[in-house]
Design a protein around this ligand. Sequence first.
Ligand SMILES: NC(=O)c1ccc[n+]([C@@H]2O[C@H](COP(=O)([O-])OP(=O)(O)OC[C@H]3O[C@@H](n4cnc5c(N)ncnc54)[C@H](OP(=O)(O)O)[C@@H]3O)[C@@H](O)[C@H]2O)c1
Length: 274
Amino acid sequence: MTYYKIEKNIGKIMIKSNNNEIKKTMKIGLIGFGKTGKAVASVILQNKEYSLEWVLRKSIKLENRNVSEFLGIQSDETGLIYSSSKIEINELLDKHPVDVIIDFSSNTGIYLYGKPASDRKIKIISAISHYGENEKKLLKELSTNTVVFWSPNITLGVNYLIFAAKLLKKLAPNVDIEVIEQHYKGKDGVSGTATKIAKALDLGDSEINSIRVGGIVGKHEIVFGFPHQTVRLIHESISREAFGNGVLFVVENLVNKSEGLYKFEEILMQHFKE
Ligand SMILES: NC(=O)c1ccc[n+]([C@@H]2O[C@H](COP(=O)([O-])OP(=O)(O)OC[C@H]3O[C@@H](n4cnc5c(N)ncnc54)[C@H](OP(=O)(O)O)[C@@H]3O)[C@@H](O)[C@H]2O)c1
């Protein structure tokens, strides 16, 4: 007979059976199965505590294929790929309920699932880089009923970089600062992360320098120019799986939160207080 017990490990709660099998404690739905969504799905599938119940995308490409099978990941998870043009979101949520929705689609995705998720108290983690004022307002509204998290950069590394840069600026408020962001050829617009860094350091768009070459996943550098020395803080994403690891960090840190709108800084700062 299999029975489960609760085990605490470095602040994390796991439910393990007498055969040491870990019971999946969190059901996740993923919106967006493009360049980043695929990498994020593969990280979730390799995590033993959370299960990926489904993936939703716009087109009918790969419809009804098993996610783990398509990504070539050995897993007993049965989550399928669905198309938003073929299944209504409420039907998907009724048939395959989830605790968290993770959004790596586009700035229109929130209109598809935001209200139904909030009504069902499903936590929302949005990684969309650019939202307009209407979408930001909608996130705020949804957060009155459920936990909503939004970060234009969801890697632990970049958020730590911003934290360190703010500290340095506090020590030397008059230093020259420029941001250099490098991405793969063809990436549209200024990186949302660079804009976030600039905003955190009270810089304008003119202090952001963008380079688009080859296949760079993402590199952000903050240059602090002192009269006789230069300090550089650099973060480099080696692969898109970094976004998946960031997502899992966020999921873990939102477990006991009550409804409200959360930013990365808030969940990062709580670790410096502990
Ligand atoms: N916060 C972060 O750290 C971070 C990191 C990387 C990327 N991002 C952001 O994540 C988003 C996706 O990036 P990407 O590079 O993966 O883009 P991508 O390759 O173009 O993929 C976008 C995916 O979203 C789906 N999609 C778009 N709009 C949709 C909608 N309204 N309903 C359902 N599915 C929709 C697309 O479906 P089809 O495949 O069917 O067309 C596609 O699978 C962008 O906003 C990007 O800026 C954020």
